[in-house]
Design a protein around this ligand. Structure first.
Ligand code: GDP
Ligand code: CO
Length: 398
């Protein structure tokens, strides 16, 4: 890949938030291009072999809930061979057993492609045991099963990826129409992660555009409503601490993102669809230097957050409606409002926005969403003992 070098960044404690980087070539060539020998460049080349090194250690977690099988198959097809896909499903078991259909499609597909994979149902007793044996009970409900929700599926995915020894995790939604876009996202993950000088890093994708039909014409919208609102308040939050107005954060709702495993295990998480925005809250709370950090080692080393703009348009299943959009806004703004370090001015502005959108009434507080502490508190060796890998695909850890 050939992509812009991020020259601008905002620092908040140990966090470095880089500006959005633009891609020049999706495929940047094999081996080092000597044209980049002199240090005066605005573009960098990340040769294919370097990307491959990361992808060998990268698990791609695909959260899925009742999506069309064809879409899920397209997503698998877009994932580079070296990566390990981990499908985390919360699809229905009855009246039709959609999860069984997913298992059978994924298995056939991967058998033909000779591709390694893992699959698990989020609500299965096996996945629940991983967390109960590992002593991480926060994720379990009254029935002793992992709770419903996208974040909950992602956490189960991270736990599995760590158990099989992966060093990086990336997330890609199952409802993507373009395998080519999925392929690009993974390449962006590996290119982004390869830039980091710290073992604690994150890459978030800013979609180039989302195609829509407006008056019978294709229109490439850049900013959705949710994204615009989330980023506005996220930047306001950051600027209250740095003292400088900023627009650097563009990926508050990025479902497509990747983390190094040590960072994935150190963050805490918020339930369901609030998970992506909350990652910023967690970064600012834990490594912003405002509160004492539970991880002095990370404070010393620093955390690098890259944002990269994809070139493919993003087209996903779009029938999920207005309620979903309102819910996303509510979730994103609520996690900002409830942060222990949310500045008073930001709280006031968010409350006004939520009232304006008729999401909360006067004198009502935004939703308090369930939070999960860092996964590093899970006892992984106790959890591993419970797992029979052969029931979850064709990949057995070494
Ligand atoms: P949007 O793209 O933000 O509008 O949200 P989607 O409804 O497309 O959800 C994003 C991804 O998460 C999709 O692949 C969903 O199938 C998946 N998903 C949604 N809810 C759950 C859940 O409870 N558990 C799991 N494992 N996946 C979920
Ligand atoms: Co979607």
């Amino acid at each position: 890949m050939r992509l812009e070098i991020p020259t601008n960044a905002e620092r908040f404690g140990a966090n470095t938030f880089y500006q959005v980087q633009k891609i020049y070539e999706l495929e940047g060539g094999y081996g080092i291009d000597t044209e980049f020998d002199s240090p005066f460049h605005v573009i960098q080349q990340i040769p294919y072999d370097r990307l491959h090194e990361i992808e060998k250690d990268l698990a791609i977690i695909i959260p899925v809930k009742n999506e069309r099988l064809r879409l899920l198959e397209g997503v698998l097809c877009g994932i580079p061979h070296a990566c390990l896909p981990i499908v985390l499903s919360n699809s229905q078991n009855e009246p039709t057993d959609r999860f069984r259909m997913e298992c059978s499609m994924v298995d056939t597909f991967c058998r033909h492609a000779k591709k390694k994979y893992l699959i698990a149902h989020q609500r299965s007793p096996e996945v629940a045991r991983l967390f109960s044996d590992g002593g991480y009970l926060h994720l379990l409900d009254e029935d002793g099963l992992v709770r419903h929700g996208k974040a909950e599926g992602m956490l189960a995915g991270i736990a599995l990826a760590n158990l099989v020894g992966k060093k990086y995790v990336g997330f890609i939604d199952a409802d993507n129409y373009f395998p080519g876009a999925v392929f690009e996202y993974v390449r962006i993950f590996s290119a982004g992660l390869s830039q980091s000088k710290s073992p604690y890093s994150m890459v978030r994708i800013q979609w180039h555009s989302k195609p829509k039909i407006v008056d019978a014409e294709l229109f490439f919208a850049k900013w959705g409503r949710v994204t615009r609102i989330t980023n506005q308040y996220l930047n306001l939050f950051l600027s209250q601490y740095t003292g400088y107005e900023t627009e650097i954060l563009r990926t508050g709702n990025a479902g497509e993102h990747a983390l190094s495993m040590p960072l994935a295990l150190a963050l805490d998480y918020s339930t369901g669809f609030s998970v992506e925005t909350h990652q910023f809250v967690s970064l600012m709370e834990k490594f912003g230097g405002v509160l004492p950090s539970p991880f002095p080692e990370i404070m010393k080393t620093g955390v690098e957050i890259f944002q990269i703009e994809s070139r493919n348009p993003h087209l996903h299943e779009a029938t999920k409606g207005q309620d979903h959009i309102r819910e996303m806004i509510e979730y994103s703004l609520s996690v900002l409002w409830h942060s222990r370090i949310c500045p008073a001015l930001v709280q006031k502005d968010i409350a006004r926005e939520l009232r304006r959108l008729k999401i909360v009434r006067k004198n009502e507080s935004p939703l308090q969403l369930r939070r999960y502490p860092e996964l590093s508190t899970l006892n992984f060796s106790a959890a591993a003992a419970a797992l029979d890998w052969s029931r979850h695909g064709n990949y057995t850890p070494a």
